[in-house]
Design a protein around this ligand. Structure first.
Ligand SMILES: NC(=O)c1ccc[n+]([C@@H]2O[C@H](COP(=O)([O-])OP(=O)(O)OC[C@H]3O[C@@H](n4cnc5c(N)ncnc54)[C@H](OP(=O)(O)O)[C@@H]3O)[C@@H](O)[C@H]2O)c1
Length: 377
């Protein structure tokens, strides 16, 4: 998340680390003794490690990581796929709200398959697909030995890319559409960064609930193709940032109700423009700051429209609900059901082999990218 930070919380994951059954690549001179747990075995996995903060293309390296033994409560997971999200980039740059101890393996989400379970593991079995319960797990690796509670099972009959990108963006979209306004079929939501992973999930989850979406994207040469693509997944309207100020917006609101909810992943002028169109008493929820500009709220929006200006962070939501696994489980069940019905697809993705990680990291930091970079292990 492109947010300036005032406080940094060290994220000390248990990181029970990883165990490799069939080593693929051996370069023992370069084995990193990276693990927070005792009981290291001689085995390794391959992992994208950073030893200091900085430009991801400079500081991330593919290394062998020494692994602990499984233990009775451990779960051996073979990672299958893991995306490169803006927050992963920010963690490596050292600008995110939670930072793991260094050296650290990058990646906060992804899907893996359980290969082996310890004798006391109850909730998981071999063959299950699992995703992290929380941020900071370090998913850019070939294998991991994790604690049972570090992961949660998802159906293994959903598309790989849907599973790999399920735990962050669709959950964020789901919560923002659920927790801030009582949205009914026929209501509207306006959002910027509508082509982002979050934005595409918002479009699809809203469409499944009969909610209109007004989707704002930055202008680009291939705007029409992008607009068609977003409409194909359920966008009601797709408009360019600069159109938000134009009188034509009045035409749009002749057929579409004023939005009760605005979702802001950009900040700056873009957020202010969203507020101009919000219904009286509506909420704007900020979840990202891709423009790196602060949110300015016009006085008139507060006085004459009494808008609510809120924020959302899915990591905090997961933390707040960690004592009650049912809330996360029931959200995942609902999202997976939408996936199985073909109503929620993964964002456009570029699949990149782990060894080509530099290409993926570089592409993930370019503007006007059309595809989420997903590392395939
Ligand atoms: N708060 C939370 O819980 C939470 C959860 C998930 C994600 N997020 C945040 O949400 C944001 C989007 O994440 P994502 O994974 O969906 O991203 P993504 O798929 O990588 O897409 C990035 C989006 O940001 C836009 N963008 C990039 N630079 C921009 C700029 N300077 N001005 C305006 N728009 C810009 C891109 O538009 P173009 O195509 O025009 O470049 C694209 O729509 C990130 O800030 C992320 O950290 C927050």
């Amino acid at each position: 998340m492109w947010l300036p930070l005032h406080t940094r919380t060290l994220c000390r994951r248990r990181f029970v680390a990883a165990l490799l059954k069939l080593p693929r690549h051996r370069d023992h001179a370069n084995v990193c003794p990276f693990s927070h747990s005792a009981g290291l075995s001689a085995q390794t996995c391959r992992a994208l490690l950073h030893r200091k903060h900085g430009d991801p293309c400079q500081v991330v390296q593919l290394e062998d990581v020494a692994l602990p033994s499984l233990g009775s409560k451990g779960v051996l997971v073979k990672m299958l796929a893991a995306p490169v999200n803006p927050s992963d980039i920010n963690m490596i740059q050292g600008t995110y709200a939670i930072l793991p101890d260094l050296p650290a393996v990058g990646g906060n989400e992804g899907v893996g398959q359980v290969v082996q379970v310890g004798s006391q593991v109850k909730s998981l079995k071999t063959g299950d697909w699992v995703i992290p319960r929380d941020a900071g797990l370090g998913t850019w690796r070939t294998e991991a030995v994790l604690a049972e509670d570090d992961v949660i099972a998802v159906p293994n009959n959903i598309p790989l890319l849907s599973a790999a990108t399920l735990g962050v963006n669709p959950c964020t979209a789901f919560r923002m559409l659920t927790d801030f306004e009582d949205l009914k079929p026929g209501d509207s939501v306006i959002q910027n960064a509508a082509n982002s992973g979050v934005g595409q999930a918002v479009i699809q989850i809203a469409a499944a609930k009969g909610i209109n979406t007004i989707n704002v994207v930055r202008d680009r040469p291939e705007f029409s193709q992008l607009s068609e693509r977003l409409k194909a997944i359920g966008a009601s309207h797709v408009i360019k940032e600069e159109e938000l100020r134009r009188p034509e917006m009045k035409e749009l609101f002749k057929t579409c109700p004023k939005p009760k909810l605005a979702l802001n992943g950009v900040g700056g002028k873009s957020a202010t423009e969203l507020l101009r169109h919000l219904k009286v008493g509506g909420s704007m929820v900020t979840y990202g700051g891709m423009s790196k500009q602060p949110v300015t709220v016009p006085v008139s929006a507060l006085i004459f429209k009494d808008v609510k200006v809120r924020g959302f962070w899915v990591t905090q939501w997961k933390k707040d609900h960690s004592h009650d696994g049912r809330a996360f489980r029931s959200m995942l069940d609902e999202l997976c059901s939408l996936i199985q019905q073909g109503k929620l697809t993964a964002p456009a993705c570029a699949e990149v082999g782990l060894k080509d990680y530099n290409k993926a990291l570089n592409s993930a930091m370019q503007p006007f990218t059309t595809a989420k970079q997903v590392l395939i292990m």
